[in-house]
Design a protein around this ligand. Structure first.
Ligand code: GLA
Length: 386
């Protein structure tokens, strides 16, 4: 795998090759995981993301034309976007890039251009926020180049809007907050109801956080995601008619019993939501106590709930979680991100990392004829200029 230093070197060299110019500045935008608090961000809930040591590196230089040219090292392809235009493209990365350029240029009256090279080592489209990182990387670069100051939370909202517009999704703010507002070696605890963020040390001595890419593509995830958002909202609307409540956070378990008869689907979704919020609170406590076994147990409960109540898992990841139980020193794991494939995280004792890696790779390959990608992750700072 290309490491951070290589990403920087490659982006710098490609900038000279493509644009005959030294970059004016470089950027590093990390991907993110989520320790706990899945499918809670769009329901005013709690989540605990952290950046991971996988990045998109950008090299940016000025250009005389009123055009934005973005060259992707990963796709070995480039896109040219007019700031005042409304071009549409048929590949995801170009669509995201165009939406970023159009929204920022329009909002801040930019009628100039820039040239960029982007290259990254975040596995694409598998729940580690490669799309959000791409949008953040381009948006921040344009702002920096044209001296536009945007405060972190505001920037996160803007990038969320760009991404949702480009992809036709209704995603929450987890990815953007996780990437823009994170701190090195810290887990964030975000409360999406009051917009508060707390940071706790990402320390669990003698243990390793492992991300496994199932290599299962998340094709149906966008429509299913929108469906989940809708089912939760419908549940809240039904309960609002019965109880004096105004937000998701006012819902408690006894209220849900009433929902059970009216909409079993919304009932299951909101049961997950209530328990998952509580798991974020419990996770904070167990992490602070260094209680690895209990941290693992919370991960397992979350996976069970994402599988049976929220119904966003897939058989390949369910198999991986079930098989992991056989590894001594594996504490727990769960699917992360939007779901329906992509990645899962695992907490494994340092001494058991080798066994875990071998056992999962071999069994998963035998069962599905797929080689999973296994990444031991650390937690670097969020977006940075270099
Ligand atoms: C995707 C979305 C996030 C969040 C997660 C599920 O990653 O982009 O906003 O909803 O799914 O927790």
């Amino acid at each position: 795998m290309t490491n951070k230093e290589q990403l920087i070197r490659q982006a710098r060299a490609e900038c000279k090759k493509q644009y005959k110019s030294e970059p004016k500045f470089l950027t590093l935008t990390p991907g993110r995981i989520n320790i706990i608090g899945e499918h809670t961000d769009y329901n005013e809930g709690l989540a605990m993301p952290a950046t991971i040591d996988r990045w998109i590196c950008g090299a940016v230089c000025e250009c005389q034309d009123k055009l934005f040219t973005i060259y992707s090292l990963n796709y070995n392809d480039k896109v040219i976007i007019t700031p005042t235009g409304a071009e549409k493209f048929n590949t995801v990365w170009k669509q995201l890039a165009a939406a970023a350029v159009h929204v920022i240029s329009n909002r801040y009256n930019i009628n100039a251009g820039a040239s960029m090279v982007l290259g990254g080592n975040i596995p694409i489209g598998c729940g580690l926020s490669s799309s959000s990182a791409l949008v953040i990387s381009i948006t921040r670069s344009i702002c920096h180049l044209f001296n536009i100051q945007i405060e972190g939370r505001q920037l996160a909202r803007l990038c969320q809007k760009i991404e949702n517009r480009a992809l036709g999704t209704a995603a929450g703010l987890l990815d953007q907050y996780g990437i823009i507002l994170s701190k090195k070696d810290q887990f964030m605890i975000i409360d999406f109801q009051d917009d508060s963020i707390e940071y706790i040390p990402a320390i669990l001595n003698n243990n390793t956080w492992i991300v496994v890419n199932s290599q299962v593509s998340r094709e149906l995830s966008e429509s299913a995601y929108l469906q989940r958002v809708k089912e939760c909202k419908e549940g809240l609307e039904i309960l609002k008619r019965e109880f004096a409540i105004s937000s998701f956070r006012d819902i408690d378990q006894p209220m849900l019993e009433l929902l059970k008869n009216k909409s079993d689907v919304s009932y299951k979704r909101l049961c997950h939501m209530i328990d998952e919020n509580q798991r974020v609170v419990d996770m904070k406590d167990k992490l602070q106590k260094g209680a690895a076994e209990k941290v693992g147990a919370i991960l397992k409960e979350s996976h069970k709930s994402l599988k049976s109540l929220y119904e966003v898992s897939c058989q390949e990841i369910d198999y991986m979680i079930a098989m992991s139980e056989n590894v001594n020193g594996w504490y727990g794991g769960r699917i992360i991100g939007g779901g329906f494939g992509g990645c899962c995280i695992h907490l494994v004792e340092d001494g058991a990392v080798g066994d875990f890696t071998y056992y999962i790779t071999e069994n998963y390959r035998k069962k599905f004829n797929i080689i999973p990608e296994i990444m031991n992750v650390t937690f670097p700072e969020g977006f940075q200029y270099i």
